[in-house]
Write a protein that binds this ligand. Structure first.
Ligand code: ADP
Length: 262
């Protein structure tokens, strides 16, 4: 699908935040989704660019799987999540014929699509563009950096699970940020203990405090620990707005505090 040219589309993006992690499955898409929703509920205009081309999960998490993107004279129109059109999402998931289709592309084709996602999507003015990336450091990261750098300073938020193996990979991600010239706005520890819904006691399912220690050693801010929360998991499965619907759920305070600190 070729997009109409949309010169200068990303020029009105205020603040770009790349969400990074060393490992898959630690909650990068979850943090991207909930951060976007929390910023939206704080009155911000938010775009989400899903460059996890081989595992695009954000359309489902936001309940817009199967929607189509259209073209207008300014380029591709992203999918709007809310009626007021203040949360815009672009993902390869909208271009696949079947949600389970696999993207088996070499680097140059992935890079070209990411460039189009940045330059040929009619993002309009945005306060924040949240960029969900694949785990590690890949062609997708390099393409996103190259495409976005002319328009805005680039910030990074690194997500880790508390276990040592995940924290070790996150440390490599921080090294990548330094080499790539990204400002790290902080580290988030996700899946950090389980709060019992009956007695509210917190059980450390994995080891504890790895994210905070990593942030301290790297000299970057620690933005908070998000507990394992079955209600959050269900909301993501069902494409619901966790931030609006479940303010008394265990993960809510940490997620909204993170949004206030970015
Ligand atoms: P990644 O993007 O790093 O691969 P995801 O955000 O897709 O990871 O998360 C993996 C799975 O874990 C998802 O099914 C998600 O619903 C679940 N999950 C992530 N964070 C939490 C949390 N804090 N509480 C409960 N479930 C979570």
């Amino acid at each position: 699908m070729e997009a109409a040219a949309g010169p200068g589309n990303p020029a009105g993006i205020g603040h770009v935040i790349l969400i990074l992690s060393g490992k898959g499955g630690v909650g990068k898409s979850t943090i991207s989704t909930e951060l976007a929703l929390a910023l939206h509920h704080a009155g911000k205009k938010v775009g989400i660019l899903d460059v996890d081309l081989c595992g695009p999960s954000i359309p489902r998490m936001l309940g817009v799987q199967g929607r189509a993107v259209h073209q207008c004279s300014a380029g591709w129109v992203p999918v709007f999540v809310d009626r007021e059109q203040t949360v815009a999402l672009m993902s390869v998931g909208f271009l696949l014929e079947q949600p389970d289709d696999a993207v088996v592309w070499r680097g140059p084709k992935k890079s070209a699509l990411i460039k189009q996602f940045v330059c040929d999507v009619a993002w309009g003015p945005l306060d924040y563009l949240i960029v969900d990336t694949p785990p590690g450091t890949s062609d997708e990261h390099m393409a996103a950096l190259e495409a976005l750098r002319p328009y805005s300073p680039l910030d990074a938020l690194v997500v880790t699970a508390p276990q040592a193996v995940s924290v070790g990979d996150a440390r490599r991600e921080l090294t990548f940020c330094r080499k790539a010239g990204l400002r790290v706005i902080g580290v988030v520890e996700n899946m950090s203990g389980f709060v019992c819904p009956h007695c509210t006691e917190c059980t450390s399912v994995f080891s504890q405090g790895g994210g905070e220690e990593l942030a301290r050693l790297a000299g970057v801010p620690f933005l908070g620990s998000v507990p394992l929360d079955p209600q959050l998991a269900r909301s993501l499965e069902e494409g619901r707005d966790f931030i609006r619907e479940f303010p008394s759920s265990a993960a809510f305070p940490a997620l909204s505090a993170i949004a206030q600190r970015v």
